[in-house]
Structures are given as C-alpha cells and as structure tokens.
Write a new protein. Structure first.
Length: 122
C-alpha cells in the first residue's frame, strides 16, 4: 500500500488516502441523493462488483446497483453490455485530479465540474 501511495503522490500530486476520502464523501452524498434518507437501495463505486469496467461484461455474480458513482471519468462498462443494466443511474465525481492527468488521457475536462463535484450521466 505504501508503494501505491507513493506512486499516486508522485504521479498526480495527491495521496491515495486523500483520493479515497474524497471518493467516500461523494459516494455518501450519492447514496443520500438516491435513497432520499431511506436505507433501501444499492450504490456502486466506479463500476458494480462483477462487471468489467471496459466491456460491461458480467463475470459470474454481479451487483445490480440503483446507481453507480464513477470516479474522475466514466467507465465504458457502465454503458456497454450488462454493465448498462447493472449500473443503474450513472454519476460522475470530481476527485480532484489535476487537469494535466485529463489531458494525458485525451479527455477534455475543461469546465466539466463547473456546476459542482457530482454530475449525473445521461
């Protein structure tokens, strides 16, 4: 874990712990939004368990989420194959990645989170 934390810190200027804390806050906010205070319902972080993030294929048992919170960028698997059905409503969370990372990935993120750190995907 320390090596991964060091790589993340060197690479993007954030500690792994900071990223996880941010993701946890966004997932908690999403869960409150979806469930409206109820304790029923399921939310997934990044992609539902058992779903391939790139292809949307289900590998054995998988979670059927009411909503999925993707971190930083949507995962292709949320819109493909069984992943589209199993992901439920899609949301995207700003986890504080620097613009240089988006640029390196070829993602135009200019103004992406201007309305706030949590976006609904359509």
């Amino acid at each position: 874990m320390l090596a991964a934390n060091r790589i993340a810190t060197d690479r993007i200027g954030l500690s792994l712990l900071q990223m996880m804390e941010s993701a946890g806050r966004e997932l908690a906010a999403l869960t409150r939004l979806i469930l409206g205070g109820s304790l029923s319902g399921r939310s997934s972080l990044d992609i539902p368990t058992g779903v391939d993030a790139s292809t949307g294929e289900r590998h054995g048992a998988a979670i059927a989420a009411d909503a999925t919170l993707a971190l930083a960028v949507p995962k292709r698997g949320m819109a493909l194959g069984e992943g589209a059905r199993l992901s439920g409503s899609g949301y995207l969370a700003d986890i504080g990645l620097p613009a240089s990372i988006f640029a390196e990935l070829g993602v135009d993120a200019d103004g992406l989170f201007a309305a706030g750190p949590l976006l609904r995907l359509v």
